[in-house]
Design a protein around this ligand. Structure first.
Ligand code: NI
Length: 257
């Protein structure tokens, strides 16, 4: 594979990579992957993401608190995040942050509070945000309209109408392997409805492996399979899809620093 991909959303701190993390990352960065952004979900996992980013020239990270992990935060968690974000140029975003009403017993008010606090922090730090929204579209959109962050909506599988509104707010949208699934009609329609210069590619690995790896451990080189699908939807070559989405990622996250 001559053309290397950029994976804008991954979780290499995950235990699914404990057996072969360094070996796998070195091989992919040598052969098929140009850059990787590994995303934090908790304070501890954000710290692990930063350690990986410090270790590899072409790995970057985001630090942030995922909505499902927002219930037992230390009182000074925002200060800790701020320090971490300011400690290294390899921190290129605050994320992933947002709302998740999927799991049982979720607390809406707390999630909204922590989401907003991190949106404000990102603005203060002039960093973009990586947004996670699951079964929470109405509340997420209301907050995005209010804050208008420099952000990307990650793992997007919503309607074309919502996709257009996100683009109108000035944001980016990133697609995972979900767009290659047979039942991904909405994601495909959304991808058709928005311009290529607002699209980024991501694996969300180790989850969400694209066809033909569905159900297996996902890895960053499978971004290629997502690019193939985007190319098919947009009626362009895979090379063009990869080049444009790579440029979008470099520009949006300010990579190359
Ligand atoms: Ni994720």
């Amino acid at each position: 594979m001559e053309l290397k991909v950029i994976d804008t959303h991954s979780h290499y701190d995950d235990e699914a990579f404990d057996e072969d993390r360094d070996e796998l990352l070195k091989k992919m960065l040598r052969e098929s992957v140009d850059k990787i952004i590994t995303i934090g979900c908790t304070m501890e996992r954000s710290r692990m993401a930063l350690e990986l980013a410090e270790k590899y020239e072409n790995i970057y990270c985001a630090v942030g608190i995922h909505p499902e992990d927002c219930y037992e935060l230390q009182a000074d968690y925002l200060e800790e995040l701020r320090k971490m974000a300011q400690s290294s140029k390899k921190v290129v975003a605050i994320g992933e942050i947002g709302l998740d009403y999927h799991s049982e017993g979720y607390k809406k008010e707390k999630q909204i509070e922590v989401f907003k606090e991190q949106l404000i922090l990102a603005k203060e730090l002039s960093l973009p945000v990586v947004i996670h929204s699951r079964e929470a579209t109405l509340d997420t959109m209301e907050i995005l309209r209010e804050f208008k962050p420099e952000g990307v909506m990650h793992c997007f599988s919503g309607s074309a109408e919502i996709a257009r509104e996100i683009i109108d707010l000035g944001m980016m949208i990133s697609f995972t392997g979900v767009i290659t699934f047979k039942n991904a009609k909405k994601a495909v329609e959304s991808c058709s409805a928005i311009p290529l210069d607002r699209i980024m590619l991501e694996t969300d690995c180790p989850y969400m492996a694209p066809v033909p790896y569905r159900g297996k451990r996902n890895i960053s080189s499978y971004v290629y399979n997502i690019a193939e699908k985007i190319a098919e939807i947009k009626g362009i070559t895979v090379k063009e899809a990869i080049e444009t989405c790579n440029e979008n990622a470099v520009r949006f996250f300010g990579l190359n620093k």
